[in-house]
Design a protein around this ligand. Structure first.
Ligand code: ADP
Ligand code: GLC
Length: 481
């Protein structure tokens, strides 16, 4: 049996702000349990929902030196779908109203504490991993600490680490002096070949320098991050480590996202009967959101964190033009105020065509994936993207920019050969968004049979974890041997 432990800052069903949580909630249970014992470490956030907290049982606690203090580390545990989860408890660090806050320094402290605690609990829970699989900057210090102070304990000898980049933009950067004090790492670590990046300490960089292997969540993003444009100043390092860097595409949970069994949607359907059934979901959603009830009208969905990553600046430019067409736009998202205000404004201006739902709702997200005809995701960059995979699964055709995982998962429609599962454009340019949406409108209204054949292909595509889990297993085997 090979022992793997995931360490991450969020995971479904316990706590979620974005796609990272979906991956942490679905990849471990798709790794072959006959050969791999995969477990997961998460923070025990006070803001977790009550039903989730009720699943956890207290295991033990101990005190740990951290940031010149002696800090409480509680361990709670729970088992779900044969995967064992451990939660690290300390209300001083994990007591916020949301998992992530806006005070940068506190975030650094929170996740430096989490990283040190995640290593410290391993002997206590008596689980010696062959591999610690770290996710994003919040766990970047784990490979650093592992190679440093934890080597004094033979328990930690021989453990390998994997660092997975879900989003290179977030790196956990702060002033070197402060980070040195918090982490208690020797001065030696804070040079440009280690944790320093342009005068700051950078936690993700630590993880990328010290991990045994690096992965990211699509092949195209793995190539992109080696360039200046997408490299977020770490492209030099990623080029230097390119032999240890691989892109493994994310999957989605095919049980959770299944139009045939989904209890969130009013009318269930599948790849055989969507022509008859899917549109009923549109009608129901039009009614629920007080849009004009017209099943023939093309409905386009957006479910997203509202940040510049997702291409909302492009959408903002062409909103008026788009909304003079025969379309409805349903948005579900939270995030930056300027985008919330933009959508609020258009929902007011075109009240029977635009519905702006500026909050988080699992249920509404499923209804949108099921009800819409198309799904818009013109991202500036997209490491993988899961929303377009969910859309494909529900026969809702993605309109995307050809970047990162969007490029790897959406095959653009070819009118001549009648191939493709969605629509895409290359340049980060508002006019290209408009032209591409209009191309989709034309196929939707004038070539309905073609549109439906595209849905056939979209629903037949397979983005479950099947293939990708095997690739992780291959990498684990390679690292262990
Ligand atoms: P990212 O991780 O960059 O946010 P992904 O496409 O990988 O983008 O994953 C986003 C996930 O978060 C999807 O599961 C999507 O359905 C979900 N999501 C985003 N915003 C909301 C929201 N407001 N309500 C419900 N689910 C949301
Ligand atoms: C990040 C990326 C997204 C990816 C997700 C899960 O949040 O922005 O593209 O799908 O992580 O890997």
């Amino acid at each position: 049996m090979k022992n793997i432990i995931f360490v991450a800052s969020e995971g479904v069903p316990f706590v979620k702000t974005g796609g990272l949580a979906d991956v942490i909630g679905s990849l471990p249970k798709n790794i072959d349990p006959e050969y791999y014992d995969v477990r997961v470490i998460l923070p025990k956030y006070v803001c977790m929902s009550q039903p989730m907290k009720a699943l956890l049982t207290y295991k033990t606690h101990f005190m740990m030196d951290f940031n010149s203090k002696n800090e409480y580390v509680g361990i709670l545990e729970c088992e779900l779908d044969h995967v064992k989860y451990y939660f690290i408890d300390n209300e001083g660090y994990f007591g916020g109203a949301l998992p992530y806050g806006t005070d940068g320094l506190f975030e650094i402290k929170k996740f430096a504490f989490f990283s040190k605690a995640a290593l410290s609990i391993l002997p206590v829970i008596d689980f010696k991993p062959d591999i610690i699989h770290c996710h994003d900057w919040q766990t970047g210090l784990i490979p650093v600490y592992l190679g440093e102070r934890f080597q004094a304990n033979t328990f930690f000898h021989g453990i390998k680490t994997v660092m997975t980049i879900h989003n290179l933009k977030f790196q956990g950067k702060w002033d070197i002096k402060e980070v040195q004090k918090i982490t208690d790492l020797p001065q030696y670590f804070f040079t440009p070949d280690k944790l320093e990046l342009f005068k700051d300490a950078n936690l993700l960089k630590g993880g990328l320098v010290y991990s045994s292997a690096i992965t990211t969540v699509s092949k195209t993003y793995a190539d992109e991050i080696k360039t200046d444009y997408y490299g977020e100043q770490l492209n030099g390092l990623l080029n230097a480590r390119s032999n240890d860097l691989r892109g493994i595409l994310n999957g989605i949970d095919y049980d959770e996202f299944n139009p045939e069994t989904d209890d969130h949607i009013p009318f269930k359907y599948n790849a055989r009967n969507f022509r008859k059934e899917k549109h009923r979901n549109k009608h129901a959603l039009q009614k629920e959101l007080s849009l004009k009830q017209d099943e023939k009208m093309m409905m386009i969905g957006i479910v997203s964190r509202l940040t510049d990553q997702k291409g909302f600046d492009l959408i903002a430019h062409v909103m008026d033009e788009l909304l003079n067409d025969q379309i409805q736009l349903v948005i579900l998202g939270t995030g930056e105020e300027k985008y919330e205000n933009m959508f609020r404004h258009y929902a007011w201006k075109y009240s029977d065509k635009v519905s702006a739902n500026l909050y988080y709702s699992e249920a509404l997200s499923h209804k949108i994936y099921a009800a819409c005809d198309a799904f818009l995701m013109p991202s500036l960059f997209e490491p993988c993207g899961l929303s377009q995979l969910m859309s494909l699964r529900y026969g809702t055709l993605p309109i995307v920019r050809e970047t990162g995982g969007l490029k790897d998962t959406v095959e653009p429609y070819n009118e001549i050969y009648s191939t493709g599962t969605g629509f895409s454009f290359l340049n980060y340019n508002a006019h290209e968004v408009l032209t591409t949406v209009r191309f989709a409108e034309r196929i939707y209204y004038d070539k309905k049979r073609e549109w439906n054949k595209m849905i056939d292909r979209a629903m037949a595509a397979n983005f479950s974890w099947q293939m990708s889990a095997l690739k992780y297993q291959e990498m684990y085997d390679w690292l262990i041997s």
